[in-house]
Structure formats: structure tokens, C-alpha cells
Write a protein that binds this ligand. Structure first.
Ligand SMILES: Nc1ncnc2c1ncn2[C@@H]1O[C@H](COP(=O)(O)OP(=O)(O)OP(=O)(O)O)[C@@H](O)[C@H]1O
Length: 286
């Protein structure tokens, strides 16, 4: 990070604040309003409403088949809603294709690792692609402006890699990294899009306990340093209780609880929904 833009987080670490020429835009509120999704006869989401306040970590939890991924996929434009709306930055996301949603500074990660080729730098530069102004021809011809722009993007990608603890791996092939680091690359790629809303789909799935704790700290650090909103689907209840500001609980497509982690954890409907289903892992019980 260039010294004139450097900022520090609460813990004193360098913060990857976006380098914007103009005043940064405020983080919009995400409003999920009476969302219903039907697949043939099955109601995957039934009139679900909740709000993600700017700069907060909002968790979407629930037993298997509760409708979490369906909700996540509607917000990111992968699934169509049957009814209801998802309002964000003055738009209804249910009417937009994924690339138009991405242009509203909404980035998502995937549950399963999709990055297997190239170096960490290559993958992070993919995340910068939508922010690149230079066209294919000027980049291919290595025109000075295009070269300068590429250099700026690479520096920014390196800052984000550093922030996520991937600095030493920046020029290494993604395939050579440990599983936990590859999950971090996925998150770094999403952050390279400079999102105001980050959608994390099971960011610690498959990680061992030490990696999970480290990732939880990183997610909280991203919220604190960047002030962006994070919507997270995750089965690891311990992680959710540690870092979430608010939690929405789904069961059989319906919202059964919504509130702070402490309140939701004590809610009888939540306890009964979880006790009625087999535990995913040791962290699943509320
Ligand atoms: N593309 C689809 N076509 C048909 N049914 C679907 C589709 N996607 C999800 N469903 C169904 O919708 C319901 C909700 O599924 P969803 O994957 O959203 O739940 P989930 O809470 O994410 O579950 P898990 O924790 O197991 O991932 C399930 O009954 C599922 O089988």
C-alpha cells in the first residue's frame, strides 16, 4: 500500500482501504423483502424478510435444506425469485443478472474451491478485471496507460493478499497451497472486486479447527477495516456466535428467528429446529 493511502485497523495492522479518486460511497443496506422461491412443487423459501445493516456481519443459518443457499443464490442473481424483492443500492437484485449485481459492488465466494489454476496473483487479478478500464487491444499492445493501470491493480491485489495473510504466497501456484489458504485466496479474489457487500458461502467448510479460528478473525478484521457488510452462510455455529452482529435462522424455508447471536441462541424455535436434525459437526449445535 502506498504510504499516502495507508490506514490502520483496530489491531494496528495495515488496512486495504480502496484507493478511490472520489469520496467513497456509503455502504447500502440490504433488504430481503418477503422472498419466496419455489422449485416445482417445493417451497425452498417462504416469505422470508430480513435486513443486513451497513458494516455488519449478518449470518444466515439453519439445518440442512432450510433454504440458506437458495436465499444466497437469489441475492447473488444465480436463482430467480418466485415472489418478493431484494433491495440494495436503489435496485431490486431479483431483476438483475449476476454481472449487473457484481457492478453494484456485490462480490461472492463459493462453498467449494473453484480456483485451481495459476498463481495467487493471477487469481486476484481476475477479481480486478471488472475494475479495469484499459481495453484488450491497449493491454495487448502494452500501451503505457494500460501498463500503469495493470501495475496499480497488481499492487492493490498484493495489498489485499497481505491483509489476508497471503503475502508470501502471492507468486505461488494456487494448487500448491494448503486447503485453508486456498479458501483465503477465494475470499481475497472477492475482495479484489472492492465490494461493499461480501457474500461468503461456508467460508470455513472443510477447514481444521485452527484454520477456522484464524478465518473467523480474518472475516471480523475485514468488516472492521473496510466497514463493508458481510452476509455469511455457515454451519459452524461457534464461528457465527463469535463474529456475527445479527443472525437470521431459517427452517424448512421459513424464518424462525432473527436477532443478535445471544437472543437467537436462546430461542426455543431455534433449539428445537437444531435438536430435531442430525448435527453436521461438533460446532453445529446452537
Ligand atoms: N435448484 C434446485 N432445484 C430444486 N430444488 C432445489 C434446488 N436448490 C435447492 N433446492 C431444494 O430447496 C430446499 C432448500 O435447499 P437449500 O440448498 O437452499 O438449503 P440449505 O439450507 O442451503 O441446505 P444445506 O445446509 O444442506 O446446504 C431443499 O429442499 C433443496 O432440495
Amino acid at each position: 500500500m502506498s504510504s499516502n493511502t495507508a490506514a490502520t485497523t483496530r489491531d494496528g495492522a495495515a488496512s486495504p482501504e480502496p484507493q478511490e479518486d472520489t469520496e467513497p460511497k456509503p455502504v447500502p443496506t440490504l433488504v430481503v423483502d418477503a422472498l419466496t422461491v419455489r422449485f416445482s412443487g417445493l417451497v425452498a423459501l417462504d416469505n422470508v424478510s430480513f435486513t443486513v445493516a451497513p458494516g455488519t456481519i449478518h449470518a444466515l443459518i439453519g439445518p440442512n435444506g432450510a433454504g440458506k443457499s437458495t436465499c444466497f443464490n437469489v441475492v447473488s442473481g444465480v436463482y430467480r425469485a418466485t415472489a418478493g424483492a431484494v433491495r440494495y443500492a436503489g435496485k431490486d437484485l431479483t431483476r438483475l443478472a449476476p454481472h449487473r449485481i457484481a457492478r453494484l459492488a456485490v462480490a461472492r465466494t463459493f462453498q467449494n474451491i473453484v480456483l485451481t489454476h495459476g498463481t495467487v496473483a493471477d487469481n486476484l487479478m481476475l477479481g480486478r478485471h471488472s475494475l479495469t478500464r484499459a481495453g484488450f487491444t491497449s493491454t495487448a499492445l502494452r500501451l503505457p496507460q494500460a501498463v500503469r493501470e495493470q501495475r496499480r491493480h497488481r499492487e492493490r491485489a498484493a495489498e489485499i493478499a497481505d491483509f489476508l495473510g497471503l503475502g508470501p504466497a502471492f507468486d505461488k501456484p494456487v494448487g500448491s497451497l494448503a486447503y485453508g489458504d486456498r479458501k483465503r485466496v477465494e475470499m481475497a479474489r472477492a475482495l479484489c472486486m472492492e465490494p461493499k457487500l461480501l457474500l461468503l458461502d461456508e467460508p470455513v467448510a472443510g477447514m481444521h479447527p485452527t484454520e477456522r479460528v484464524a478465518m473467523a478473525e480474518t472475516i471480523a478484521k475485514v468488516r472492521d477495516a473496510l466497514g463493508i457488510s458481510i452476509l455469511i452462510v455457515e454451519h459452524d455455529m461457534g464461528l457465527i456466535m463469535r463474529i456475527a452482529d445479527s443472525v437470521t435462522v431459517l427452517d424448512f424455508g421459513r424464518l424462525i428467528a432473527d436477532g443478535t447471536p445471544e437472543r437467537v441462541q436462546r430461542d426455543p424455535a431455534v433449539i428445537s429446529a437444531y435438536l430435531g436434525t442430525p448435527a453436521q459437526d461438533e460446532g453445529t449445535q446452537p
